[in-house]
Each structure stands twice: as C-alpha cells, then as structure tokens.
Write a protein that binds this ligand. Structure first.
Ligand code: SAM
Length: 285
C-alpha cells in the first residue's frame, strides 16, 4: 500500500526528468486510470491521507517515461465533449483540431437554424474525432467520413459504433471518396496530414507513435494530400458550400493559395486557441 501524495510526487519527478512537459497532470491521469477512479477523486485521497494499492501504476509510469503517449496508455483521448478510443495505429486528436471542428459545427448549426438538414463530410477522419463531434453536436446533420489507413479506419469504426452509428464511415482515399455525394455536400471539414517530408516532429510521442501516413502530407511542401482534399471539396460542395482545412502555422499563405481560382470565394484564415493561424476556410463559388 502506498500514500497517494508520495506516489504522485515521485511520478511527477520521474516524468519531468524524462522530459514530459505536463508531468504532474500525466502522473494524476495515470494514477487515476490505474486505480479506476476519476482524476478529481485523487485530491480527496490526498486530503484523507489514504493508502492505495497502485496496481498497474508503476508499469504505466515506466512506459510514459519512455514517451509512449498518455492516450495510448489510458486508451482514451478527449475531444470536445467526447471520449474516443485510441491506441497504436491511429493519430491522437489534438486540441487545435477542436477549433477546426467548431467551425464546421457553427456552419452546420447555421444551416439547421435556416431550416435545413445539412450534409457534412469529414475527409481524413482518423479516429473519427471531427465527424463524431459534428454528429453529436448537430443531430440534424447527415455526417459522412472517410479514412485511408485500415488500422485508423478500424479505430474510427469502433468509435462510430460506440458514439454515433448513424455516421456513414468509409475506407478509402479522400481524393476520390463520396462520388455519390458530388455537388450535394454543405460542409467539408478536414485535418489531413500536412507535415513536409524533412520536418521530423521533435516530440517522441509524435515521431515514434503517430502513424507516418497521418503526419506527412507528401509533395515538397507537405501539401499534396491537402491539395487533394481541396479538389475533393470543390467536387463535393453545393454552390455556397463551406470547407475548412487544418494546416501548420507556417503554411498559412500556402494554404490560402490552395483556394486560388474561380472555384472559391471568401477565403479566411483562422487562429487556434493559442492565436496561431492553423486553418483556412472558403466557400464554393
Ligand atoms: C492528421 S491525421 C488527423 C486525423 C483526424 N482527422 C483528427 O483530427 O484527429 C490525418 C489522417 O488522414 C489519414 N489519411 C492520410 N492520407 C489520406 C488520404 N489520401 N485519404 C484519406 N485519409 C488519409 C491518415 O491515415 C490520418 O488518419
């Protein structure tokens, strides 16, 4: 049996030494997971000076010290109001993508307020994060999602089945997906791979554990897949339809250039919660 305060103190120190930026928070999440309690319960256990049986805690801590992503260890990732199943083989959804999902939700809700039943497509869905956020937050939207990688698609299948089975999830290439919806879609949203070929991510959690197909956008500038996404959006959207695509901070100008030409109007850059330009939207002319 061990004292909760002492367990957390040791775990925080070990994770900080291993270079984990959020050492205290990660220690608490792992201990709560090992004990099978809510994280908020730990404060009570500390206050009561309770001793606990740490169970799997030390093993999980050792893996986190090796920079295995926290979400792979708990098997869960929070995304907006959702708890998604994640693990090896699928991209862990990120907070900045919640802002991109918000833009799609806002547009879909605007259409619902105008008496419509909007059709929304999530290209490159990964775990299904954006599609499921839209489906749960805008129940009147018909939501479709596509994922290329079979392992990621299997995670999305699991999440769709658990959270919103009405989402039409398909396995395939974003560039050619949903030919049956050409010219009928109101909102296209995508967080595609966009990292340029030479830009190896610094964090081991990303470099060693996110699938390469989820990170690298191909082409010299990493924007080959985003270009295909934009071309697919041009094909799918109704006139006046809305598309929003996530990209890296340094790709703001090149992302706007993806929407050059007569097919698009109203090109806008959007900032994430830390003020960095991380997505671009446009309307189908
Ligand atoms: C950056 S991850 C984002 C996943 C998810 N949208 C999210 O925000 O968590 C990009 C995803 O696109 C998928 N992908 C890559 N190329 C694709 C393509 N050509 N068609 C469909 N999906 C693709 C990857 O497998 C990966 O799951």
């Amino acid at each position: 049996m061990s004292d909760v305060r002492a367990l957390l103190r040791e775990a925080e120190q070990r994770l900080a030494t291993a270079g984990v930026a959020s050492a205290r928070a990660d220690a608490e999440v792992l201990l709560a997971h090992a004990l099978g309690v809510e994280r908020s319960r730990l404060a009570v256990l500390v206050a009561l000076r309770e001793d606990v049986e740490p169970g799997t805690f030390w093993g999980l801590l050792a893996e986190r010290e090796q920079r295995v992503p926290l979400q792979h260890l708990t098997g869960r990732a929070g995304f907006r109001a959702l708890e998604l199943h994640v693990g090896p083989g699928v991209f862990v959804p990120r907070p900045e993508t919640e802002t991109v999902a918000q833009l799609a939700v806002d547009e879909a809700q605007r259409l619902v307020a105008a008496g419509r039943f909007p059709t929304v497509v999530d290209l490159c869905t990964g775990s299904g994060a954006i599609a499921l956020a839209v489906a749960t937050e805008v129940p009147r939207a018909a939501v479709h999602a596509v994922e290329l990688d079979p392992m990621a698609h299997a995670w999305a299948r699991r999440n769709v089945d658990a959270i919103a089975p009405r989402v039409d999830l398909r396995e395939g290439d974003a560039g050619t997906a949903f030919a049956d919806l050409d010219g009928r879609v109101d909102v296209v949203v995508s967080n595609p791979p966009y990292v340029p070929p030479g830009a190896v991510p610094l964090d081991p959690e990303v470099a060693l554990h996110d699938p390469e197909v989820a990170l690298y956008g191909l082409g010299d500038d990493g924007l080959l897949v985003p270009r295909r996404v934009v071309a697919a959006a041009a094909r799918l959207l109704v006139p006046g339809g809305y598309v929003v695509v996530e990209h890296a901070e340094v790709q703001e100008r090149s992302a706007r250039a993806l929407f050059a030409g007569p097919a698009w109007t109203g090109v806008e850059s959007h900032r994430d919660l830390t003020g960095r330009p991380r997505s671009t939207s446009a309307r189908r002319a």
